[in-house]
Design a protein around this ligand. Structure first.
Ligand SMILES: [Zn+2]
Length: 245
């Protein structure tokens, strides 16, 4: 996150779990900070005020405008914004409202992060508005133009939504984070193997002798032996020749 300026134009808390993303375009280039500072975001106006959850700047900066736990006033559809994370992406001021490569890369980073944290397994796009607004076939990407007579997110981003979803999904698959449960299961396997090693019969007798005779200190049978420690062991056993000094 590059910057935060929370908008008063929000509904707190949202009334639906986050299961959708809605990408918008700003129709005017700016950094995340500049987008957050726009007067229709900063000035409270229950009728015409607006906001978004995140803003992505032309330089790849990312700003927080409305906490994820709250509903932004962004997509001209209350129901959509209660379940969606809305993202304003800095774009050119004229159609097709092109965005910079930096903004696109930051958008993909941000979406990957949002999906990972909110349990959205993958982004599903459809070119059909009916699929999108009815969440058919797991569709979880909507557009401002689905709810109002607007060009948003612009033809440039609109045409890329499927590619954006694919890029995010690839990242989600590659970087799948290990859950606590998976980690515990892995640790259990590891610890079981360790315990087996410690009680293996082939070394038990020798280990007990080594420990009780003071060659080792009797702890950590599976600990690695450094050259320094090996020298000490060999010396204790009287196996080291005298050096020629
Ligand atoms: Zn929009």
């Amino acid at each position: 996150m590059t910057c935060t300026r929370l908008s008063p134009n929000r509904t707190s808390p949202r009334n639906h779990a986050i299961d959708t993303v809605t990408i918008h375009c700003t129709a005017g280039q700016g950094t995340a900070r500049q987008i957050l500072n726009m007067s229709h975001f900063t000035g409270y106006d229950p009728d015409n005020g607006a906001s978004c959850n995140y803003a992505v700047g032309k330089d790849g900066s990312i700003g927080l405008c409305v906490d994820e736990g709250d509903r932004s006033w962004c997509s001209s559809d209350r129901e959509n914004d209660h379940r969606a994370i809305t993202i304003e992406v800095s774009s050119e001021a004229v159609s097709p409202y092109k965005v910079t490569e930096k903004a696109l890369a930051a958008l993909i980073d941000l979406l990957t992060d949002i999906c990972g944290r909110n349990g959205i397994k993958s982004l599903v796009w459809s070119n059909s508005k009916a699929d999108r607004v009815n969440h058919r076939g797991g569709c979880n990407m909507t557009c401002h133009r689905d709810f109002a007579a607007k060009a948003c997110p612009g033809d440039y981003l609109y045409a890329m939504e499927g590619d954006i979803a694919a890029a995010v999904n690839k990242r989600l698959e590659e970087g799948e984070e290990v859950t606590q449960e998976q980690f515990n299961a892995m640790m259990e396997v590891y610890l079981t193997q360790q315990r087996e090693k410690e009680t293996s019969s082939w070394s038990k007798e020798a280990w007990e002798k080594a420990a009780s005779s003071g060659v080792f200190d009797g702890t950590a049978p599976q600990a690695p032996l450094s050259r320094e420690q090996a020298s000490l062991v060999l010396d204790r056993l009287g196996l080291l020749p005298e050096g020629e000094s």
